[in-house]
Design a protein. Structure first.
Lengths: 99, 257
């Protein structure tokens, strides 16, 4: 199941694409694109990699932990904004929406 | 090649091979997407191809911009002192005043909105992005002097989510050209001089014009051949860290590992 979710932060649009397993309980793959500002820039790909094979009910805790561990600085957006984009993506995946 | 050279300057400044540099340049016809963007999501690719608009991805975050000869780009690279922490939150506030001073010299009353947008009369005339690394701080921006906004709106997609937030129906109405705001023709030379004066004042520096160094040209060639001209970089969102061989080649020139 695949879903794409967007969230407009104060600065930048965050677009998350998730691929869920058949049961819809685990995120197999994550892709994050958009015009946000994140530093260090390479953190984005580490975030995507670390979030693959994540149980949905553990997502929020894991996202906060990863952003903290990677010392991510967001300019004009927050971790909450990214989580909102994730929630939208998961909701769309569960609805069976395709983009 | 313009973006390859822009990054080459940044790297050579950081390596201490050249002085702090302000580069001012134009692209003939291109869309430049941000580092985290996917070209298919941001650009009407078929329209871009029909109109002969190149699509290139840059190494800084932020959004897609359309470049034509009516758009003037500036890129400032400043060597960082060693042992100074990277201050991502303040880099825009630190350097954008140079662009504001330049626009004031052209007769505008600019201000910053939302961290890094340069606004005149409530309309955006310049977008900017920045990065810190390789021993230098880097900020670049593009000023819509007399850009063709119709082509801009045809090639750059805007998400409905973004439009709903801004309550505007079309990208060409959110941005505006400096010429239309100031109701007069503005030459490239005038903008160039204003930018040089603005950033010189900001940095309290005495500017001098210079030709590219041998190292800058060599690094630019590597960046162009191995990254900027490739589909993987421009269309497949490959990260910088995936280019290990390229980094080794550049390190041999800059001696910075």
């Amino acid at each position: 199941m695949r879903g794409i979710g967007e969230y407009k932060a104060r600065k930048g649009l965050i677009r998350v694409s998730v691929t869920l397993d058949e049961r819809g309980t685990t995120i197999r793959e994550v892709r994050i694109t958009g015009d946000f500002l994140m530093y260090p820039e390479e953190a984005l790909w580490s975030i995507e990699e670390k979030l693959s094979n994540t149980e949905i009910n553990e997502l929020e805790t894991k996202v906060r932990k990863i952003f903290h561990e990677l010392h991510v600085t967001l300019v004009g957006s927050t971790v909450e904004d990214f989580l909102e984009a994730f929630r939208n993506a998961i909701e769309n995946a569960e609805k069976g929406d395709r983009d | 090649m313009n973006l390859a050279f822009e990054e080459a300057v940044f790297r050579c400044v950081g390596a201490g091979l050249v002085d702090n540099t302000l580069r001012i340049w134009r692209n003939k016809n291109a869309v430049v997407i941000g580092y985290f963007q996917d070209a298919r999501e941001e650009v009407n690719l078929e329209t871009a191809m029909k109109l002969g608009v190149s699509v290139v991805r840059r190494f800084t975050g932020g959004g897609a911009v359309y470049h034509d000869l009516g758009n003037v780009n500036y890129a400032l690279s400043v060597k960082m002192s060693e042992n100074i922490a990277k201050d991502y939150l303040n880099i825009y506030g630190k350097y954008l005043r140079g662009a504001l001073l330049a626009l004031e010299k052209l007769g505008a009353k600019p201000y910053i909105e939302n961290i890094n947008d340069i606004i005149v009369s409530n309309r955006k005339v310049s977008g900017t992005a920045a990065s810190i690394g390789k021993g230098a701080e880097f900020i670049h921006g593009s000023i819509l002097v007399n850009t063709d906004l119709t082509i801009l709106s045809r090639v750059i997609k805007v998400s409905p989510t973004k439009l709903a937030d801004k309550k505007v129906s079309d990208v060409k109405y959110r941005v505006v050209t400096l010429e239309s705001l100031l109701a007069r023709k503005i030459s490239y030379r005038e903008v160039l001089d204003a930018l040089v004066e603005g950033f010189s004042e900001l940095l309290s520096a005495e500017p001098y014009f210079d030709l590219p160094s041998e190292e800058e040209l060599e690094v630019a060639k590597i960046l162009w051949e191995d990254r900027y001209k490739t589909i993987e970089w421009n269309f497949e969102r490959k990260p910088l860290t995936a280019y290990k061989e390229l980094e080794e080649k550049i390190a041999q020139i800059t001696s910075l590992k």
